[in-house]
Design a protein around this ligand. Sequence first.
Ligand code: BGC
Length: 799
Amino acid sequence: MLEYEKIISQMTLNEKASLLSGEDFWHTRAIDRLKIPAMALSDGPHGLRKQASEGDHLGLVKGVPATCFPTAATMANSWDLALCEVVGQTLGKEAVYNNVNIILGPALNIKRSPLCGRNFEYYSEDPYLSGKLAAAYVKGIQKEGVGACLKHFAGNSQEYLRMTTDSVIDDRTLHEIYLTGFEIAVKEGKPKAVMSSYNKLNGIYTHENQFLLSDILVDKWGFDGIVVSDWGGSNDAVNAVKAGANLEMPSTGNDSILQLMDAVTDGHLDEKILDKRVDEFLRILYDTEIKSNLEVDLQEHHRLAQHAAEQAMVLLKNENILPISTSSKVAIIGDFAKIPRYQGAGSSLVNPYKLDGFMEVAGQTELNIIGYADGFNRIDGDDISDIDEAVELAKKADIVLVFMGLNEVCEMEGHDRSHLKISNNQIQLIQAVSQVAKKTVAIISAGAVIEMKWEENCDAIVHSYLSGQAGAKALLNVLTGKVNPSGKLSESYPYYYEDCPNVRYYPGKEKTCEYREGIFVGYRYFDKVEKEVRYPFGYGLSYTTFEYSNLVVEDHGIQCRVTNTGEVAGSEIIQMYINKNQTEVHRPVKELKGFTKAYIEPGETVDIVIPFDAYTFRYYDINSNEYVIEKGSYQILVGSSSRDIRLSGMIDMNGVQVNSDDSINLKQYYEGEVTDISSETFSKLYGKPLPKSLWDRSQPLEMNDSMSQMVYAKSLLARLAIKMLIRMRTRSVKKGKPDLNLFFLSNMSFRAIAKMSDGAFSMEMVEKMLIIINGRFFRGLGGLIKAFFKYKKRGKVNA
Ligand code: BGC
């Protein structure tokens, strides 16, 4: 029985189909005849990006002014669910104010590799933490009546070839690492929408993946919202509807409508399924209808953005110099102090209604600032001409604050980094400054992991990540001690990129992206093989100290006590991990299963309670395709970081007796030695033969090939075009202004020409264009012209 049967029964087939794809970049279609309004969708995860005029999915055209909160990677360091909920609610208010029904966020893809260009938009390498934070955002956003849209579902951890790559992930890894976060966020947050990702998952595009969208999302997790495609990410409109997807975005003109209508008419698509998708869509449309004339207080939101940033700052090192005393002479070095790096580039780019810079806010305080020097050229990383001036300034100061990190080119949608280093001139700067300065403090702005060999040159380091429009004031408060830093890293900092488990497999090349490291992502790997890291997962210092005591492990969770043993009040993030020593399956030695953040006055002791939940002891059993608990005893580890375990206890769990004979076949996984997994071993873990990983250059290019494959197209013109595009792309990076459109185009699939062109091209027209690209110019051109007129004619009839 459909909820909106009455309306649906009055709809023509054309009207039904027309609701399932966009009218324009940000809206669905209204049907005036039936008084069905349009739905408005807008990015994004850390601030609203509503585009009032022209639309794009890369943040190229400015959105309306909105509050730019710290990005997800930053907020994750707060580990503060209540705060995330409040930030979410504030995003919700700005959405209501701007008449937006669905916010396209939060984004919670797993940081499989520190190189992923969008890591600044994601929470963590850990699924539990990601899921909890995302659920909090969703709850907050939806308190205001608008919908949140979890993205990108699922297995999308690289930007390179993101529209064509096939993520090859074994079942257990998929469930435990790449789906658990979404599961938590769906079950606890109850989002009104989920955005499918661009990639294929185990051979099938996620937007038409029945297993993901129906079996898992709906049947197993009880999702009752709508599934929206990523922008241009849909493939076959009919298969998408069959698999459980509701909305294809942005606009494909009439093309997808015609395909759905044809499929119903010729019996390929049961109209009942179409009705069901329409019914689901209408429910969310009416559910998220904006009914109020809410006013928003952007000043108040700015203060919240500052508070959020304060809670997320991570103090990485402090050799007794922070907080800064007001009597110290302070020199400020580094371009980022003047022009802050506070968010990343791409679809999440917010147009902040106000933006604080450090120089400006510090100038309004008691801080005794004796001067400023640029220190380094932000764009040309090899230009060291600013160092001398900085060194001269540093000599005169008691404390030198060096503002450094990743520049704008390094962190953006559509492009992964190729290394973890900061620019050469910054490294040389910090080395030179530290030689003459009495005390050197590095302030890092970067939304993702960097290598920090230069750590030894610093007396203190504050990592502010990408802290949003009010991050400067938050940083100032941390530096001066008004705020005691309490953030802890939500990702591991290896010494070198080469230490990571998946260096050989990331990013996937050409056709596939094989997740050969399996479940050993981030600290799950580093801890298993006991590899030293620069900063472990969950790490962060405070201006005070905390003592842990009295652990009691009970059936439903743990209790312990934490005392603030220092002089100042502060917050501590208490983390609970589990470990199963005696196990029949391969496992990490530590997995985060709970956490809480407590504010504690000096000398005060607080009681901490962390409950167990459905995720605490389970692992995914590939034989029964279910989560099970392995019978036996588990170690419960409670600590201040993943590598600073203060208390431990045991618990016996009733569960299934697991008998596995994989320990020989999958020996490397049992040992965590996953850096060099052969195809044969991965295929055993995967449970099937591996799909072809390389492009077949002898074959003609197809709809789902990537534009970058035109380098080997038969048509000379096509080869020249892609070469020119790549050259222009490289040039834009060198200039320090990477052209996101060019990055997008080179990673784009051919079919996306139809999916992103607002109906200018039909899928059939793109097929004919491919004939040209494949070297049969006249045949292709003839077909293209014919397809053009056919589409125009049919489009008009059915409009
Ligand atoms: C991004 C999404 C975003 C969409 C709309 C896509 O390129 O992957 O995260 O929501 O554009 O801007």
